[in-house]
Design a protein around this ligand. Structure first.
Ligand SMILES: Nc1ncnc2c1ncn2[C@@H]1O[C@H](COP(=O)(O)OP(=O)(O)OP(=O)(O)O)[C@@H](O)[C@H]1O
Length: 242
């Protein structure tokens, strides 16, 4: 890995191929990521931008260590902690929001006492009212996202990986979540934020990578990357006659 102390995570030539079997037993291969090389630097908010199905979530799951790439290398700074925030998919449906929040904190290595100490701020941020004490299976997608975001905000990890979470919820919560991300950005938290929305990436990230068809199509200055992506999407819309 780059000896630069600022590099927390370095991915080299990452590829991800999904193999599925159809009902007729014919196997089907999909090359979701094709040789991606990128670095995540300490303290930055890196935006991964791309349309649906371009491979963003696959990349994030690899960076989080949840799945292994089919080929390529992922190097981490020694002792690095990471946490992936998705739309509350990691929650246990039968436990309450409160208990899930405690569990998440404990999975991050906190003691039960430390986990309980963060509950009040999580409850306040998530604005779930009495639902905070109800099983997560009774939550809407937006409510799960609120709980997920509030819980992730309070976890103390080196790299926070966030998947499209700002795309759900009402305007009020989106605004609040964006503000919280901006505060993290102004602080020292390293964030990798995935979205198909150029506006969101533009607002909260200080560097961006645009992925299309599993390869990097652009990277660098957020405004410039977002502009190229928007132009590309407009061209696509024109071709489709939208
Ligand atoms: N487990 C899987 N098995 C087979 N194909 C998969 C699997 N996961 C993802 N894919 C395929 O890989 C491609 C990339 O998927 P991925 O979820 O990484 O994209 P994405 O950019 O995050 O999409 P979205 O914005 O819609 O969430 C898609 O074509 C998807 O259908």
């Amino acid at each position: 890995m780059n000896t630069d102390k600022k590099t927390l995570l370095a991915a080299t030539n990452l590829s991800m191929t999904y193999k599925t079997r159809s009902r007729t037993f014919r196997s089907f291969e999909h090359h979701a990521l094709k040789g991606l090389t990128l670095e995540v630097k300490r303290g930055e908010t890196l935006g991964i931008l791309g349309r649906n199905g371009c491979g963003k979530s696959s990349l994030l799951r690899i960076l989080a260590g949840i799945v292994h790439p089919t080929s390529g290398q992922l190097e981490l700074q020694s002792g690095l902690t990471r946490s992936l925030l998705t739309l509350g998919l990691g929650f246990r449906p039968d436990l309450s929001g409160r208990d899930n929040a405690i569990l998440s904190a404990m999975l991050q290595g906190k003691s039960k006492k430390q986990a309980k100490a963060t509950l009040e701020t999580i409850q306040e941020f998530a604005e779930l009212g009495k639902f905070f004490h109800q099983p997560v299976r009774t939550y809407s997608a937006g409510m799960r996202a609120r709980l997920g975001f509030a819980t992730a905000l309070k976890t103390d990890v080196d790299v926070l990986l966030i998947d499209e979470v700002l795309s759900v919820g009402d305007t009020h919560f989106k605004h609040k979540a964006e503000q919280a991300m901006l505060e993290k950005l102004n602080g020292h938290q390293t964030v990798v934020f995935v979205s198909h929305n150029a506006g969101q990436i533009d607002k909260v990230c200080n560097r961006a990578i645009w992925i299309e068809g599993g390869v990097i199509r652009g990277q660098g200055n957020t405004k410039e990357v977002a502009k190229s992506y928007r132009q590309f999407m407009n061209e696509l819309d024109k071709e489709k006659g939208v």
